[in-house]
Write a protein that binds this ligand. Structure first.
Ligand code: NAD
Length: 260
């Protein structure tokens, strides 16, 4: 159980991050939510976590493309709850385009959010974890940390990068009781996947049904989407004592995608 521990989950106003934050709270952790969205909806989620699980829940609107705001997010968790014991680097966006038409500002945004943000958050959270001799860092990577798809150059580059960052950090932190792993889901039905369907329709001249069947689920031999709750259950396991000897791993949950 995570009672009296605190977890920061980046990008947790939606999708995978929200499910992870709720699951860690169910285990007794205080949680710091982060991400964008309608203030009243975010407040409803935050207050709901406190009421349902009897933990503290805070919210930070930090923009994770900005290193100063990332440092502020970690500091807020430490000030509010006294420690940051679990860090889940999850915030991410996707953009689909051929390389020669890929807007440079989109490239910079994806590298900043999907890769560099994890570095800045770790950098700020590690000293406290080392002091206490315990920590769990979980990075949401992707099947795209292991294999590529066309038209997702920035995303694939960032996700391959975060897989490498995970290994490096795991080796550095192994003597300190801190594990660092990444979870690599295949396609999970979230707003991120839903919202890339129109661009993929354009890039590949396909209908919505064709994109779902011939692009998304084509990659997954099970022919089913992963659920956010399945990803969250793996994150909870990685925080448990049973996982104390798992570090530096890239854990696939992709319906068999990367076995091919
Ligand atoms: P989502 O769009 O549902 O959630 C993304 C979250 O990130 C939201 O809370 C959003 O507000 C937040 N966010 C966006 N820009 C931000 C910024 N600049 N600063 C702070 N927060 C920001 O997406 P999701 O599908 O839940 O994706 C979460 C993670 O899982 C991402 O890293 C994504 O790459 C990864 N992933 C998703 C899938 C999938 O199929 N959905 C598969 C593999 C990996």
């Amino acid at each position: 159980t995570l009672t009296s521990k605190t977890a920061i989950v980046t990008g947790s106003t939606s999708g995978i991050g929200l499910a992870v934050a709720r699951s860690l709270a169910r285990e007794g952790a205080n949680v710091v939510l982060n991400g964008f969205g309608k203030p009243e909806e975010i407040e409803r989620e935050r207050a709901g976590i406190e009421a349902e699980f009897g933990v503290g829940a805070a919210y930070s609107p930090a923009d994770l493309t900005r290193p100063d705001e990332i440092a502020g997010l970690i500091a807020m968790g430490q000030e509010r709850f006294g420690s940051v014991d679990v860090l889940v680097n999850n915030a991410g966006v996707q953009f689909v385009s051929p390389i020669e038409e890929f807007p440079p500002e989109k490239w910079e945004q994806i590298i900043a959010l999907n890769l560099s943000a994890a570095f800045y958050a770790m950098r700020a959270a590690i000293p406290g974890m080392k002091e206490r001799g315990w920590g769990r860092i979980i990075n949401t990577a992707s099947a795209h940390s292991l294999v590529a798809s066309p038209f997702k150059s920035a995303y694939v580059a960032a996700k391959h990068g975060i897989a490498g960052l995970t290994k490096s950090a795991a080796l550095e932190l192994a003597p300190h009781g801190i594990t660092v792993n990444c979870i690599s889901p295949g396609y999970v039905w979230t707003p991120l996947v839903e919202s890339q369907i129109p661009d993929t329709m354009k890039a590949r001249s396909m209908t919505k049904e064709q994109v779902i069947e011939e692009v998304l689920l084509k990659a997954q031999p099970t022919k089913e989407f992963v659920t956010v709750d399945q990803v969250a259950a793996l994150a909870v396991f990685l925080c448990s004592d049973a996982a104390s000897q798992m570090t530096g791993a890239n854990l696939s949950m992709d319906g068999g995608w990367t076995a091919q």
